[in-house]
Design a protein around this ligand. Structure first.
Ligand SMILES: *Cc1c(COP(=O)(O)O)cnc(C)c1O
Length: 382
């Protein structure tokens, strides 16, 4: 596909094979543990843990979105964590140092424990203000999560990647929250773009998936080898559903991003809401850097309600927003993030994932739930 095509065109056509008469546009999932294999095992498909044609189509599609017009390699995994572990555990060995964010995805501390158990030194710093930059000396790999989940801080990926390369370190960016239509880490200098496809990429809350995209064939081969060793492979059905879901990525990202901005704008200055964050809000501390390196700002808005009880009443009063974890789906979700215990957030901290419902309906529902939790307010809010 041409890199001059727009995001909608690329989303709709990503990874489609050349048309074949009387065949479907997107071939169906191939369910196979093994393939017919006469003679020497040199063909593309031999055994189902190594390769599968349904993955091949999806890997091309994701590659075309992460690296338009390029020739990047993508390796799909059973989940985002499988993809993250594949990069970290295939690249770092005993005696190496790795720099992680200390405000990233809640399973990163578990990864840290595992890395340390293997003799890897782990250094951490917050995402905001490129604070990781002072830990790069002698490091093997820098792990960036921008925007960070759930705090929505942003760092300058280009600046950090340049500093890391200067120090001889590889750079991986967790691109889950932004999706490849929101941000292209490889263009910003990263060696790996890694993401959970469970969230906004596929957007329907019905499958788990992960992927790693990189331009360097040797790095990709190590990640692919890791997948073969641990067997963290996606099922063909999940891979096919994911590919099917990519066709609407631009529609979903635009709609959900526009609604997120509308809701964040309306919640600004609301008497019950503090600490409101959305990288697309012009006055958000993350906005200047986000506006430079992101094409879309995502669908996650975070804010803090007065306390735990208030937050639980609010969540219970919502009609159109499910109290559920995860984010990026077409159905809005929200949760009190503190219930997991892993993130350094206040008890009343809410992560809201804005779905594809009508934004006006969501706004009415959210304002009503805030009043249900805190009591009626006089006069207009916004
Ligand atoms: C959800 C998430 C992951 C993990 O993905 P799974 O598909 O749940 O394994 C990693 N990073 C971020 C930023 C996430 O939000």
């Amino acid at each position: 596909m041409s890199d001059e095509d727009g995001d909608g065109t690329r989303s709709v056509r990503a990874g489609l094979p050349e048309p074949v008469a009387y065949e479907p546009t997107l071939p169906g999932p191939v369910f196979a543990a093994h393939f017919h294999l006469p003679g020497e095992p040199t063909g593309p498909y031999t055994y189902g843990r190594d390769e599968n044609p349904t993955w091949t189509h999806l890997e091309r599609a994701i590659g075309e979105l992460e690296d338009p017009g390029g020739a990047a390699h993508t390796v799909v995994f059973a989940s985002g964590m499988a993809a993250i572990s594949a990069v970290l555990l295939s690249q770092a060995k005993a005696g190496d140092a790795v720099v992680l964010p200390d405000d990233g995805y809640q399973a990163l501390p578990l990864v840290r424990e595992q890395l340390e158990a293997y003799g890897v030194e782990v250094r951490t710093a917050p995402t905001a203000d490129e604070a990781q930059i002072v830990h790069l000396t002698g490091a093997r790999l820098l792990w960036i999560e921008s925007p960070s989940n759930p705090g929505l801080d942003v760092c300058d990926i280009r600046l950090l990647a340049d500093a890391a390369h200067e120090a001889g370190a590889l750079v991986a960016v967790d691109n889950t929250l932004a999706t490849p239509l929101g941000q292209r880490p490889l263009d910003l200098g990263a060696d790996f773009s890694v993401a959970s496809g469970t969230k906004g990429l596929t957007g329907h809350g019905d499958l788990l998936l992960g992927y790693v995209t990189c331009r360097d064939a040797e790095l990709a081969a190590r990640v692919r080898r890791w997948r073969k060793v641990v067997g963290a492979i996606p099922g063909p059905m999940e891979a096919w559903l994911a590919h099917r879901s990519l066709a609407t990525l631009q529609l979903r990202a635009d709609r959900q991003g526009a609604s997120a901005l509308l809701l964040a704008t309306a919640l600004r200055g609301h008497p019950y809401v503090s600490g409101l964050r959305y990288p697309g809000l012009p006055e958000d501390p993350a906005h200047p850097v986000a506006a430079r390196q992101m094409q879309r700002f995502g669908c996650v808005v975070s804010f803090t309600l007065p306390d735990r009880e208030f937050a639980e009443k609010f969540l219970g009063a919502l009609r159109l927003v499910d109290d559920a974890t995860s984010f990026g789906g077409v159905r809005s979700t929200a949760e009190r993030r503190g219930r997991w215990g892993g993130d350094a957030v206040p008890e009343g901290f809410i992560r809201l994932s804005v779905g594809a419902e009508d934004a006006d309906d969501l706004l009415v529902d959210i304002l009503r739930a805030l009043e249900a939790a805190g009591g009626p307010l006089d006069g207009p809010v916004g």
